[in-house]
Design a protein around this ligand. Structure first.
Ligand SMILES: Cc1ncc(COP(=O)(O)O)c(C=O)c1O
Length: 291
């Protein structure tokens, strides 16, 4: 018999937990005022985080880059409450952890603050259709300024992706692609992008801009190696993308979506079937999640 689990969401703010999302944030919080912070959105499979170490690594990089002062014991206590909750309630769900620099007086300059930790545990309903049949993507007009010093990190400053997503929801497309100000394809609005050409896996180099996703890292560091697929990180031009044999986009929550239709590059609609290499990568990613 399947266990009946309590409903989600549930919220954690520093050392407290609550069913009330409103009761948790100070109006002076710098995350709210300036986007001064970082976040992680993590998939949880039956109470376990398949890629916790990868999320931790990006989080630690973000904390170090922003030079945030935080109370290590409080962070550990915060994470422990989440682990404990999920151990007792093994949901398949989405955990969003936000770390802000904390509260300060008005003004951009960070004064002596201590980071705040906010987590929400949210319900997840898988729409497996796009993983199977593939998705359509459209090029967004919104571009990402390049280079930025926080390239690769997942900061709370996400206005370009908000505007690109706003464009996307005004269309029938499943995702939007975003280019850099130099005209290179960087990623999708909430996913990274890969393509396959002559058996070689190619993904944009994100040293100038973009979010270096956990699923992207899993593919680069584990899956490509285990499947012996040659991998290249480089600038990806629209022409290279359109000439690719296979394209897929990915993130750590919805996994891998094959791309079967690309538009927005001139008048043509570019269609392709779901590729064999994409399917192999998808299968291995799923097995890592369920391991
Ligand atoms: C802009 C952007 N790029 C890439 C990703 C993929 O990141 P991850 O694989 O860590 O979920 C995300 C995730 O939300 C994102 O927002």
């Amino acid at each position: 018999m399947t266990q009946k689990l309590p409903p989600l969401p549930i919220y954690f703010a520093n050392e407290k937990s609550s069913r009330q999302s409103q009761a948790t944030v100070d109006i002076r919080d710098r995350g709210l005022a300036y986007g001064d912070g970082i976040f992680e959105t993590m998939f949880v499979y039956q109470g376990k985080f398949p890629f916790w170490e990868y999320h931790q690594r990006r989080l630690q990089k973000g904390l170090a880059f922003l030079g945030m002062t935080f109370d290590k014991a409080l962070f550990e206590q915060h994470c422990e409450s989440i682990f404990e909750y999920l151990k007792n309630n093994p949901h398949t769900c989405i955990v969003k952890l936000i770390v802000t620099r904390g509260e300060s007086a008005r003004g951009y300059a960070p004064t002596s603050t201590t980071a705040n930790f906010f987590t929400s545990i949210n319900a997840f309903s898988q729409d497996a259709i796009l993983n199977q049949t593939g998705c359509s993507v459209h090029l967004c007009k919104e571009v990402l300024a390049e280079p930025v010093s926080w390239a690769g990190l997942k900061t709370l400053n996400q206005l370009s992706y908000v505007l690109a997503s706003k464009e996307r929801i005004e269309t029938d497309f499943d995702e939007g692609l975003v280019c850099s100000s130099k005209g290179h394809i960087i990623e999708a609005t909430a996913r990274n992008i890969f393509c396959v050409k002559n058996g070689q896996l190619i993904t944009p180099d994100l040293s100038g801009v973009g979010v270096a996703g956990v699923m992207r890292d899993v593919i680069i560091e584990r899956i490509a190696a285990e499947l012996s697929i040659e991998l290249k990180l480089c600038s990806l031009t629209p022409e290279q993308l359109l000439e690719a044999d296979e394209i897929f986009i990915c993130n750590s929550v919805t996994g891998i979506w094959p791309v079967t239709k690309v538009t927005g590059f001139g008048a043509d609609i570019h269609q392709r079937p779901v590729g064999a290499i994409t399917r192999k990568i998808q299968t291995m990613a799923q097995s890592l999640i369920e391991a």
